[in-house]
Design a protein around this ligand. Structure first.
Ligand code: NAD
Length: 296
């Protein structure tokens, strides 16, 4: 299949590699240029989104936030300008569920299907083709896209109509943020009490408190490895979507709000480009103790 891919960052780049390895012809574009390893593998670098859409049957978008998706789709030389009836647009970025419904209807008006298909699993999941993919859109479009999703991920679910994939991803990000916060508090508590945080982490990995976040991000907190990964600024974006959605729905998400404030504190101290596991540094500041420091 001829596949277009717009947005070749931390996530998009390894996803393109997996699609090429699956035997597909890739036409790619990114505002900052196309990585040379992708063209060396046979990907065709296009000058803009319009050319990507004109050359392909299915166009995938993987850019940071709602305004970037809007620009990628609807700028003068954007994807929509190169679409013709029967093509399929798949947005795999994590963006607003409300804007997604509007983008879908604008693409539908051109005679094309639209799927929102945000992912979870991070850079490692993108590299290993083990992403969780949460899809919103028509069943027929999902069936058409499924073989492509299977080259990029493992747990692939059609959640509902357009917007429902993004809603599912916001729910995912609430759980991830609050779990990072809980792991941070637990390891900080253990360290301040004088227990070896690595031994505590290892012990807890066998029990009811075990999680991928305790395993991977708990290790990051102990090793002081805050290279992204998933940047704080992207998680702030996701929790903003959660809190704005909660306000529109008339419900309260108290711990999501608190965790967003901790991300905001990290950003205020220059940490917005660090990995989201560095949220623990806001907790450490309040505790006047760093995980792994000797007991004082
Ligand atoms: P990134 O910033 O590394 O990559 C985004 C790329 O999009 C950049 O290369 C940028 O130049 C390009 N871009 C921006 N606007 C563009 C436009 N109008 N046209 C073409 N290219 C454009 O971000 P990422 O980490 O790859 O994340 C992408 C999306 O995936 C985000 O919505 C993020 O929330 C989501 N996500 C990321 C992770 C992760 O661990 N990094 C995990 C799950 C989901």
């Amino acid at each position: 299949m001829k596949i277009g891919f717009v947005g070749l960052g931390i996530m998009g780049r390894p996803m393109v590699v997996n699609l090429i390895n699956g035997g597909h012809e890739l036409h790619v574009y990114d505002v900052v240029g196309v990585p040379s390893d992708l063209t060396a593998m046979g990907a065709v670098a296009e000058p803009d989104g319009k050319s990507v859409a004109a050359a392909t049957d299915v166009v995938i978008v993987m850019v940071p936030d709602t305004p970037h998706v809007e620009a990628a789709l609807f700028d003068a030389a954007g994807i929509a300008a190169g679409l013709s009836a029967g093509k399929l647009v798949i947005d795999m970025s994590s963006i607003s569920p409300i804007a997604t419904k509007e983008f879908a209807s604008r693409v539908n008006a051109l005679g094309c299907d639209y799927l929102d298909a945000p992912v979870s699993g991070g850079e490692v999941g993108a590299q290993q083709a083990t992403l969780t993919i949460m899809v919103g859109g028509p069943e027929a479009a999902f069936a058409r896209a499924k073989p492509l999703f299977e080259l990029m991920g493992k747990n692939i679910t059609l959640v509902g109509g357009n917007g429902d994939g993004q809603t599912c991803k916001v729910a995912n990000q609430i759980i991830v943020a609050l779990t990072i916060e809980a792991v941070g508090e637990a390891l900080l508590f253990a360290s301040k009490a004088g227990a070896d945080p690595e031994k505590v982490r290892g012990a807890l990995m066998g029990g009811f408190a075990s999680s991928r976040i305790l395993e991977l991000h708990g290790k990051r907190m102990i090793d002081r490895n805050f290279e992204p990964g998933f940047r704080i600024e992207l998680h702030q974006k996701d929790l903003s979507l959660a809190l704005a959605g909660a306000r529109a729905l008339g419900i309260s998400l108290p711990n999501t709000a608190t965790t967003q404030e901790l991300f905001n504190a990290c950003a205020a101290r220059g940490g917005s480009k660090k990995d989201h596991s560095s949220l623990v540094q806001a907790l450490e500041l309040m505790a006047d103790h760093q995980i792994g420091q000797p007991k004082t």
